[in-house]
Structures are given as structure tokens and as C-alpha cells.
Design a binder for this molecule. Structure first.
Ligand code: HBI
Ligand code: FE
Length: 427
């Protein structure tokens, strides 16, 4: 894969002073893979090929820990080697091609076009600071919300949201004692969806749902408590739930996925509208999202999207959330030639699910570059759905897209043991 380096020489006085009139330019390269040669040897090999190495830094992963070191990195460990160098393009290509056969993943990393630095969470506990809610569908602010004129509903929702916002990393999630009316709404949603899911949901979703029913107490008569679902999910795929008081900003929502955390509302939609809700509620999260997060491939993919979002520019967050919208929320795929749904927005709303599977909307093949710039509808049924050739292909498309189009001046990877992200170069 090749990305044009956007390193602005003028920003770096050392590089600027050394600039000369040849075709040499500065490149930031990341070499990662299983180490058979020490990083210092790789650097030497580039130097021997007339590449001016300005600085380099390496890390090896060993038993889940990542430590910065230099030539002492021992073979057979996974290694990240970051090199800032100066060379003309042809010379660099030829120098890299000599080490490429050793099966390293070599990529050129580049800075966000704006050059603006964006704060992002580094440790799972930093998610305590990722709670920026969007109020466009909040019943306290939005007159078209079904609960807008129901004061007792709004009070109840606010009460549950306050609990969520007071939550801090590491605490147990408070139980909510749901009322008769909330249980009735859940039952209506659950039973109305059951038949349609069996007919239209993809195999991975149905498998997740079966696990949740058999082992985590999902049923029509009870709203599962988040703490219990979170513990179950953690055993399945390492994902956890964290309570949140409403629709979260795309940046904070995606950032949480990097830490295998799914931010999840705990309140129930308004009783007058059990089959549709303008904002996410626990029916949407627990019935729509959680079954898919029980699948290891899907969980891995979700985390990758999250990692791609950390420190990304606003434009790139917009593209990632548009892709997320048309896949994770409203995605369709083929399974043995039949059209199936895997999107949580569809699998938690039978009205839209039936609409999506009918001939009314347009069904376009999933091509990530097209999806990322497609405008979307968040207050009515979608007029367009994207259909992946199969589920795996949806994930591949997404992966290819963010690897090629999301521009950042660093590489991010998750340290599972330390529950933190590690950047190369170190920021
Ligand atoms: N917030 N609570 C909550 N639940 C979601 O499912 C959710 C969200 N914020 C954004 C979001 N989903 C995504 O659709 C994208 O905007 C990333
Ligand atoms: Fe959602």
C-alpha cells in the first residue's frame, strides 16, 4: 500500500535547514512484522542504500508488553520500526524493496491534512472523558421525539442518564429496576423482531442471539442488566459495555471501540412508539449491536475501526462514521445467494428491516470509497442500502478503505495487557 507523504518540511526546523535542491524529500516509514533481523540491521541496510536516516525508533511486543528499545530487540518477536528518512522516491523504493522480501509490512505514514493535533484517549480509563453527547434526538430538546410531551418519561430518562454519566471506569454498572411499562415496551420490541430476525438476519447475528438467550438470560420478559451482558460479552470476545446517557458523538463512540468498549444506553424508548426510536436506546444496543459483538471477527473489526479513528481529522471521522452507518448500523450482505441483514439499526427495528429487504429502496454493491461519501438519512428509512458480497467482504472493504484513506502521522496499536494504545512514533 502506498500513501503520499504529507510531511511538511517547513514545520520541522532541522529538516528545513538541511533541505537542499535535489529531489530528496522526507518520508515517514513504518515497518512492522515478525522480526528476523534486528531493527538496527534494517536501518543499516537502508543507510547503505543512500537513504539518509534522520531518526528511528523501534518497539517489540513480547508477552503483551510493548517496550521501546533499540538494537537489543531479539528476533522472532513482533516489531514496529519507525523511520524518518530523506531520499528521492526511486532510491527509497529500491532500498525498501531489498527488505520487503523478508515479509515485513511496510507503509508510509503521513500527517492529517490540517496538521492539527487532536486529543484522544490513550488508556481505557480515559474513556471517562469521552462522553460528549449529541442532543439532536434528545426528548428534552427535540419536539419530534415521541416522548417530548411526556414529562414523566423525560424525568425517568434523565434519571437513568445521570447514573450513566456518573459512571467511572472500573466500577460495576448500576442495575436499573425497569418499570412495568418499560418491560411491556421491551416485550413488544423483542417479540416483533424475533420472527423477522429469523427470516432476515445473517448467520453470525443469529448465532450471537442464540448464545445470549441460552447463556445470558435474553428473553421477552426481562430487560437484561448491562453488567451481566458486559461480563458475558467480555468472555466471548473481550468487549465490554459502558453506560452512556444518549447519542454519543461519533468521535467518542468510535474511540471507545479501540479499547473494546461499546458505549451503551440504558433507558427504554417511549411506549407510544415501540417499533421505532429516533435515538439509540437499550433495545437498539442490546438487541441490535450486542449479538454481533459476540462474534470474534466482528469484534476484531469493530476494534480496528476504533483504532483507525484515534487522532483522525474531523473529515476522516466523518468518513469513518458514514462507513460505520452503512455497514454496522444498516449493512446488508449476501449469504448463499440470499439477501441478509447484519446492521444493528435494521435488526432492532422491524419496520426498517422489512423496508430494507423489500424492493422499495435501492440496493447498491458495497464499495467503501462510494459509501464513505454517500449522504445518509438519520430521521427516516434509508433510501439506499449497500450490499456486501458476503460478510467477510464488508470487513475487507472497510479495512482497505481506512488503510488507504485515513491519513495520520502515526501508527496506533492496542496493548491488550495494559489496556492502552501505543503510537509509533511515540507522541
Ligand atoms: N451512541 N449511544 C450510542 N449508540 C450508538 O449506537 C451510537 C452512538 N453514537 C454514534 C454511533 N452510534 C454511530 O452510528 C456512528 O456515528 C459512529
Ligand atoms: Fe447503533
Amino acid at each position: 500500500m502506498r500513501r503520499r507523504s504529507l510531511i511538511d518540511d517547513a514545520r520541522d526546523p532541522i529538516i528545513k535547514n538541511e533541505a537542499n535542491s535535489s529531489n530528496k524529500s522526507v518520508h515517514d516509514i513504518l515497518i512492522s512484522g515478525s522480526s528476523v533481523t534486528s531493527p538496527a540491521t534494517l536501518v543499516d541496510s537502508l543507510k547503505a542504500d543512500n537513504v539518509d536516516v534522520l531518526l528511528w525508533e523501534s518497539r517489540q511486543a513480547k508477552k503483551g508488553f510493548l517496550s521501546v528499545s533499540d538494537e537489543n530487540v531479539s528476533p522472532q518477536h513482533s516489531v514496529d520500526l519507525y523511520i524518518r528518512c530523506r531520499s528521492d522516491r526511486d532510491n527509497l523504493e529500491s532500498a525498501l524493496s531489498k527488505i520487503r522480501f523478508k515479509n515485513y509490512d511496510i507503509e508510509e505514514i503521513s500527517s492529517p491534512a490540517s496538521g492539527k493535533k487532536v486529543w484522544f484517549p490513550r488508556h481505557i480509563s480515559d474513556l471517562d472523558k469521552c462522553q460528549s453527547l449529541q442532543f439532536n434526538f434528545d426528548p428534552n430538546k427535540d419536539a419530534s421525539h415521541p416522548g417530548y410531551s411526556d414529562e414523566s418519561y423525560r424525568r425517568r430518562r434523565t434519571e437513568i442518564c445521570k447514573l450513566a454519566l456518573a459512571y467511572r471506569h472500573g466500577q460495576k454498572i448500576e442495575e436499573v429496576k425497569y418499570t412495568e411499562s418499560e418491560l411491556k415496551t421491551w416485550k413488544t420490541v423483542y417479540t416483533s423482531l424475533k420472527k423477522d430476525q429469523e427470516k432476515f438476519a445473517c448467520a453470525k447475528f443469529l448465532k450471537g442471539m442464540e448464545l445470549l438467550q441460552n447463556q445470558c438470560g435474553y428473553s421477552q420478559s426481562e430487560i437484561p442488566q448491562m453488567q451481566k451482558v458486559s461480563e458475558f460479552l467480555f468472555e466471548q470476545t473481550g468487549f465490554q459495555l459502558r453506560p452512556i446517557g444518549g447519542l454519543l458523538s461519533a468521535r467518542d463512540f468510535l474511540a471507545s471501540l479501540a479499547f473494546k468498549v461499546f458505549q451503551c444506553t440504558q433507558y427504554v424508548r417511549h411506549e407510544s412508539s415501540p417499533l421505532h426510536t429516533p435515538e439509540p436506546d437499550c433495545c437498539h444496543e442490546l438487541i441490535g449491536h450486542v449479538p454481533m459483538l459476540c462474534d470474534p471477527d466482528f469484534a476484531k473489526f469493530s476494534q480496528e475501526v476504533g483504532l483507525a479513528s484515534l487522532g483522525a481529522s474531523d473529515d476522516d471521522i466523518e468518513k469513518l462514521s458514514t462507513l460505520y452507518w452503512f455497514t454496522v448500523e444498516f449493512g446488508l450482505c449476501k449469504e448463499n445467494g440470499n439477501l441478509k441483514a447484519y446492521g444493528a439499526g435494521l435488526l432492532s427495528a422491524s419496520g426498517e428491516l422489512k423496508h430494507a429487504m423489500s424492493d422499495i429502496p435501492e440496493h447498491l454493491p458495497l464499495v467503501a470509497e462510494q459509501v464513505a461519501v454517500q449522504t445518509y438519512q438519520d430521521s427516516d428509512y434509508q433510501p439506499v442500502y449497500f450490499v456486501a458480497e458476503n460478510f467477510e467482504n464488508a470487513l475487507l472493504q472497510f479495512r482497505k478503505f481506512y488503510k488507504e484513506h485515513i491519513q495520520r502521522s502515526f501508527h496506533v496499536r492496542y496493548d491488550e495487557h495494559g489496556q492502552r494504545v501505543v503510537t509509533t512514533p511515540e507522541l
